[in-house]
Write a protein that binds this ligand. Sequence first.
Ligand code: HEM
Length: 427
Amino acid sequence: MTVLTRHTGSDPRQEPAPEPAPDVDLDTVDLDTVDLFDPGLHADGDPHRIWAHLRRAAPLHRQTLPDGRNFASVTRYHDVRRVLSDSRAFTSERGSLLDQLGHGDEAAGQMMVSTDPPDHAALRRPLQHALQRNALEAARPRIRAAARAVLAPAADGRPFDLVTAALDFPMTFTGALMGIPEQDWPDLVRWTSMAASPEDPGFQIRNRHATLAIAHHELFSYFTEQTAARPDGSGDLLDLLAGLGSRAKTVYNCYSLLLGANATTPHAFTGTVLALLEHPDQLAEARRHPELVPSLVEEGLRWTSPASSFLRHAVEDVELEGGVLRKGEAVAAWVGSANRDETVFQEAARFDLRRTGNRHITFGAGAHYCLGAILARIALNELFTELLGRLEHLEPAGPVRRLRSNFIAGLGSMPVAMTLRPTGPQG
Ligand code: HEM
């Protein structure tokens, strides 16, 4: 029986740990006790160490939960990509999140992420144009203002929690694009956080079940009201969503769009800042070379992989690199593992902001490829441009807490001490 290395409350104020070579100590992982379902593993354990072992020794891993539900896991890049993108062989209609295992998905056929092609296209198409790069250029000033707001707590010179400061970053521009009144944003941020990470002590109310029930009730009621009482023809995203053909389709896709934005984007930012703190040479390089921000953002997306796992069910027997999945089997595709696959990424376990040919699949692949990927990239580029352009000093100011979730890979808190140059007269 094996003891896995723990990194609870890791403190980046200590000397950065040397990056483990891919093979070091992997034999200390006991395949029989690996529990990828357990949110505690992702908070207090080291999933990257386990994934590295699985990629090598058990690329198609099967696990049975104490209540009898079982699922397979794929961890290699090509298998994860195949499972996410081959909608003919793998359906999303029995749930796209590991937490839905055994429960099915009542939004199947109505919410785009839980609908297979060809019906999927009718739900996605109306929003696609509004989330293209040229349509989003008009939102850039608002995104820049949102980036400044994330960094505003640095002004009083005291340490602050960067995770809290970043939590409502996507809401401020996605909310505006959707046409959601500003006074409702704080509630929506709280409810989407509860829906995405119901196990996390920072968001949980009583227990997981109650947290999810409250979050879903609040979000569905909110969007039912909002889309019923809208002036016609405002042209914002809620307007487009209101035209999807049924109240259920409208409400599910409002929910999914906002959850997609709020639950992930802040973690790509804070996780990348943590990587920079843990790799001071990379932070120094980023400060010297502002032109590397786009490349830093891509490496940060690969490194953090905030949407960590997705669920699918095989609709036929499928042969993967790691083995054969049988018809009907549930399979979790681990994006965070795929993005560290050493057969695809050179020195995959190294955070390298000069990485070239970065083929990460942080935004998924195939028909369900993230609808907000362009928006997320614009937002993260603005935020890092603002941070690195004004940064005088940055250091950790306390232990880091990781989020308790098998879906979202992110931080629950990260105290930092930060000083910034003031914004220019136009800012
Ligand atoms: C760093 C930030 C983000 C990450 C890592 C991310 C990741 C992902 C991934 C991996 C998927 C594929 C899900 C699947 O295959 O089942 C996805 C889908 C989706 N994302 Fe994102 N996302 C991000 C930001 C956003 C933003 C800003 C929005 C909204 C403005 C958004 C909205 C969506 C929607 C609506 C889908 C479903 C697309 C479909 O099923 O066709 N995401 N996202």
